[in-house]
Ligand binder design. Structure first.
Ligand SMILES: [Zn+2]
Length: 499
């Protein structure tokens, strides 16, 4: 028994096609965002992890050296070959819903979850991820797993003591955010040990770029959930940050979910708003786009500033109160069964319970109450997103997975839920496809590498059973995921695959 298992392992390992081996995908329909029309009956040849040629299937010759040459052949008849998807807003350092303390208490469960999470993004077609607040150390940890999407990171540049550093007690917060910025002129009021010169906008950009960051993430947030007085940066400071980033050739992404914050971002010259618009800074309850909101949205369209609706941010909080969320069968595809079970325990509900002093005696009643609390913000974000989609704004696909220590933003699946929410708001599948491929690649300056099916690009591709410009359903039943030329069957990626 042991020997045959060992043999099976050996066979499985040697079966994995080597990256240098040629891959030929034949008779496939190419759907790629830069093409006005699909290209039918094509043969795509992949060598050394990149797209080497795209030919008419009839004219594609057998691999040089004749049939003896080792080439993996995939028959693409009836399938669509599309670029692998990009999620331009994720956070990869934590297991959703667990604190570092929980991980210490349940080490085996946490380890299995960490091994699974990168696979879950791939399972739903995400071959490229951008972690918006990371460090080289955290990236190395993430990339140490067996199978991981291509991952890049932004340096998080919050204002000292501003959002989101407020979640970490002083003085630990100063060590956890190496790229935090201080307002020029505030030198005399800085906590001990913090050197103003090392945290000027220019110094922070230089340091994160040297560390390998491809973007700057900064924040304009006065607070929410009872907090409204967090310090926010001055306009001039973020202008300097944007100036330094653009001089270094990297984009600036702003956490901004209110009219005030996104207007600030436009004035400061940032490139991407990494949230939708659920705070309209008014006391009314209208969901019709108001003149003030329209002014902002029109400017976003005119300047083609990147805009991530991040529909699932609020839903990931709301669904902590759902009486049915944890029984969604889709969850078993992306997270191990023991972790899902733990989420349902009193310990697993720690984050939900930390948000309220009143214990839940009637779960159904609480669920309904929370639904109504979130309804206005959700429909306002829907309306703003629909307006931008109808006016051809530069929509980007970013999920903010997970947006908080919530289990209700599960890896990979959260993106598919986001797509459904976008469709319900009025965004077309074609717009979602464009946002999750070429628009994301351009916004993050990755379009020479990924984002389309073109010769020279990295072979991060999906073979789908449905045309993604017509429906988003195909992403939940992908035929093959191709990562850097390696062909992966989704059944190998699912959390509930047979071990
Ligand atoms: Zn985020």
């Amino acid at each position: 028994m042991k020997a045959s298992l060992w043999l099976l392992t050996l066979v499985t390992l040697s079966w994995q096609p080597a990256i240098s081996q040629e891959l030929r995908i034949q008779h496939v329909v190419i759907v790629s965002p830069e093409r006005p029309q699909p290209r039918r009956d094509a043969t795509v040849i992949v060598k050394e992890g990149r797209i080497a040629a795209i030919l008419e299937s009839g004219t594609a010759r057998p691999p040089r050296g004749g049939p003896a040459t080792a080439a993996t052949q995939l028959d693409g008849t009836g399938l669509y070959l599309v670029p692998g998807l990009i999620d331009s807003h994720v956070h990869l350092d934590q297991v959703p819903g667990m604190t570092p303390e929980h991980e210490r208490l349940h080490p085996a469960m946490a380890r299995a979850a960490r091994e699974q999470i990168p696979r879950s993004f791939l399972y739903f077609g995400f071959t490229t991820l951008i972690d918006l607040i990371s460090t080289p150390e955290a990236m190395a940890r993430w990339k140490s797993h067996a199978l991981v999407p291509d991952t890049y990171f932004c340096g998080g540049a919050p204002l000292i003591d501003g959002y989101p550093t407020n979640y970490t007690p002083k003085p630990a917060r100063y060590a956890s955010m190496p790229y935090m910025i201080v307002e020029p002129g505030s030198e005399s009021t800085l906590p001990k040990g913090i050197e103003a010169a090392a945290h000027s906008p220019e110094a922070v950009v230089t340091r994160m770029k040297a560390d390998g960051a491809i973007c700057v993430k900064t924040f304009f947030e006065r607070g929410f959930g009872g907090v409204h007085d967090l310090p926010v940066p001055r306009l001039e400071t973020i202008r300097r940050l944007a100036g330094a980033a653009h001089a270094a050739g990297i984009p600036v992404l702003l956490h901004a979910s209110s009219v005030e914050a996104q207007t600030f971002g436009l004035d400061a010259g940032v490139d991407v708003m990494v949230h939708g618009l659920w705070n309209w800074n008014d006391s009314s309850t209208t969901t019709e786009v108001t003149p003030a909101v329209r002014t902002l949205l029109d400017k976003l369209v005119a300047r083609q500033v990147g805009w991530q609706p991040t529909m699932q941010v609020l839903i990931g909080i709301r669904d902590l109160y759902s009486t049915s969320f944890l029984s969604d069968p889709m969850l078993t595809r992306v997270l191990p069964a023991d972790l899902l079970e733990w989420y349902g325990t009193p310990e697993g509900h720690w984050f939900r319970d930390s948000m309220s002093d009143t214990p839940i005696t009637d779960p159904k009643a609480r669920e309904a109450q929370v639904q109504s609390v979130f309804a206005l913000m959700l429909s306002r974000n829907d309306r703003a997103t629909a307006y931008l989609a109808a006016h051809h704004a530069n929509l980007l696909f970013g999920t903010d997975t997970p947006s908080a220590p919530t289990y209700a933003n599960p890896p990979g699946l959260n993106a598919w839920l986001e797509m459904h929410r976008l469709v319900a708001a009025g965004v077309t599948p074609a717009q979602i496809f464009q946002a999750a491929t070429l628009s994301n690649a351009r916004a993050l300056h990755l379009d020479r590498e990924v984002g389309t099916v073109e010769v020279g690009k990295r072979a991060n591709l999906l073979l789908l059973r449905e045309d993604p410009t017509r429906t988003v359903e195909g992403y939940s039943r992908i035929y093959k995921v191709i990562l850097g030329g390696r062909v992966i069957d989704p059944s190998e990626l699912a959390a509930d695959r047979a071990h």
